[in-house]
Design a protein around this ligand. Structure first.
Ligand code: F6P
Length: 540
């Protein structure tokens, strides 16, 4: 595999950056007022304005050339057709198959992928409909009113984020709670106030071997059996979502109540398959399928649009532009929707577990900087917390602003105020306020430097008609493909996550030392040994 940083396309961007870095967005707009109209792209329901980026038509031409050099077109085709592009695990990467339209065939490695996907979706929809209609009841015959999803990482963040985003679509009187942390505070808090007769647990784990999930599931099972007084209650109150039927059975969940997925779906890419079961129970099969249609629309756009007019490609390339040429460390995602409060956390796993890599797919060290640190909070809360640094700090923080034209419901014109804030922020970040402008307001000279707003802070604005199942699916698919574009440029395997394994193994080795009356026999290092001793003293 060739080192992308050695390519002429990379060198051209280095040169171009040197020429452009000193230019202000004010100048770029003055030189080319039409950029506001030109630097936009629409994909399905998503409209992107990328004119407030420190980029010109030439930048985009050079970035697209870099994508071509990295073989992006071939890689896209390879992913969609099921080639084993997850090389370190020798797996296909087929989350896009989870939203294949009915009737479209896809066979990979001898498996009827499309058929299997639709069989599971149909089984989920059937089960969800029965729970929603009160046909699937608890052990004592009562209707289910709460679904508790037990899972972590990709088996939690997706459905938890989407449930909150689509809470207004939960129309069957069923609410969801999400338990993930091994901190007992999580499950204790989430079980508080629940009626065991009306509670359904969805144990979600791709591997069904994850410590947090299995431990929480055992606690939940004990809670249920103690209250209902019969082991047999488990089969009415526990269902599983997993790729591992043997472990599901071993745990004591009837595999007839298991919803499958496959090793070619990465955990962080699994919301739109069986991992979305709790969400589907809350919002219904039809709304879930609308969400899939939203994913699909962006898949089609990504697969077919020319790179110059391809939203995930452009956003991914701009990500590379700031990470590798401007040295930006982070990327803020700022949804102007309270409903999307968990979207940044969801994106953290999607982007950072995927692209937080320092070796290339072929095992050679990467030379470029890879995955940015993703973070964010919904507007306007962030404005009153960390935006100060975005506006006047010394760091460059590219940011994605996401807004919606129509609220689910409005009060006293609040939604327009919300949107006005979003637009004002992107404008202030881009154009700032010069010393002359500040002084012209009559600001005392000593205060002028404090009030200068440097501007030239790049942002994308994604404007969406309304937050619906469909548009949420489109937003998620957009970021999935942005991750793919960036990972392709860097030549990394965006679909493994070996870096999380060591800590898990060490925790299991350390756990006995925390409770044993013996002095810790082994500890990985002197600092950790001292902390174990201190912890044990404090525990008494
Ligand atoms: O530890 C990381 C991870 O493997 C994630 O990739 C995954 O989403 C999460 O753990 C949960 O894994 P599982 O679904 O197998 O329980």
């Amino acid at each position: 595999m060739a080192d992308i940083t050695e390519s002429p396309e990379w060198s051209a961007l280095v040169e171009h950056h040197a020429a452009l870095a000193g230019r202000h967005l004010r100048e770029l707009f003055a030189d080319d007022p039409a950029r506001a109209d030109r630097m936009t792209v629409t994909a399905g329901d998503l409209h992107l304005d990328y004119s407030k980026h420190r980029a010109t038509a030439e930048t985009l031409r050079l970035l697209v050339a870099l994508a071509e050099r990295a073989g992006l077109r071939r890689r896209i085709d390879a992913m969609f057709s099921g080639e084993h592009i997850n090389v370190s695990e020798d797996r296909a990467v087929l989350h896009t198959a989870l939203r294949l339209p009915p009737g479209e065939a896809l066979t990979v490695d001898g498996q009827d992928v499309a058929g299997d996907v639709h069989a599971v979706l149909d089984a989920m929809a059937d089960f969800a409909a029965r729970v929603r209609a009160g046909e699937w009841t608890g052990f004592t015959g009562k209707r289910i009113t709460t679904v508790v999803n037990i899972g972590i990482g990709g088996s939690d963040l997706g459905p938890a984020m989407a449930y909150e985003a689509l809470a207004d679509h939960a129309d069957a009187g069923i609410t969801c709670r999400f338990v993930s942390n091994i901190d007992p505070a999580d499950i204790v808090g989430k079980l508080a106030g629940l009626d065991p007769e009306r509670t359904l647990f969805v144990v979600s784990s791709k591997t069904f071997g994850t410590l947090e999930t299995l431990t929480n599931a055992k606690v939940a099972r004990q809670w249920l059996v103690e209250r209902l007084g019969d082991d047999k209650a488990v089969s009415r109150h526990f269902v599983a979502v997993s790729t591992n039927a043997d472990r599901v059975a071993e745990f004591g969940i009837d595999t007839a109540n298991m919803f499958a997925f496959w090793d070619w779906v990465g955990g962080r890419y699994s919301l739109d398959g069986a991992i979305g079961l709790s969400l589907m129970i809350a919002i219904g099969g039809e709304a879930f399928r609308e969400m899939l249609a939203g994913f699909r629309e962006i898949d089609e756009h990504f697969r077919t649009a020319p790179f110059e007019a391809n939203m995930p490609v452009l956003m991914g390339l701009l990500g590379v532009w700031y990470t590798d040429f401007f040295g930006a460390q982070t990327r803020a995602v700022l949804p102007y929707s309270q409903r999307l409060a968990r979207f940044p956390a969801y994106l953290q796993q999607l982007t950072m577990e995927s692209n937080g890599k320092s070796v290339r797919a072929d095992g050679a060290p990467v030379v470029a900087q890879t995955g940015a640190i993703f973070w964010g909070e919904p507007g306007t809360n962030g404005q009153h917390a960390f935006y100060q640094l975005l506006h006047q700090g010394t760091r460059l923080v590219p940011a994605d602003f996401i807004g919606f034209a129509e609220p689910f419901e409005d009060r006293a014109g609040m939604h327009d105020l919300l949107t006005a804030n979003m637009l004002a922020q992107t404008s202030a970040l881009a154009f700032g306020r010069t010393a002359e402008e500040v002084a012209a307001d009559g600001t005392p000279a000593a205060l002028v430097p404090h009030k200068v707003m440097p501007g030239n802070r790049p942002t994308s604005t994604i404007l969406v008609p309304k937050l619906t199942p469909k548009t949420l699916g489109s937003l998620v698919a957009l970021y999935e493909h942005i991750v793919f574009v960036e990972g392709t440029i860097w030549g990394i395997d965006s679909f493994d996550q070996w870096g999380v394994e060591l800590g898990k193994v060490m925790a299991m080795d350390l756990a006995p030392a925390l409770t044993s009356p013996e002095p810790p026999a082994t500890a990985p290092d002197p600092s950790t040994a001292a902390l174990v001793r201190r912890y044990r003293e404090l525990r008494g």
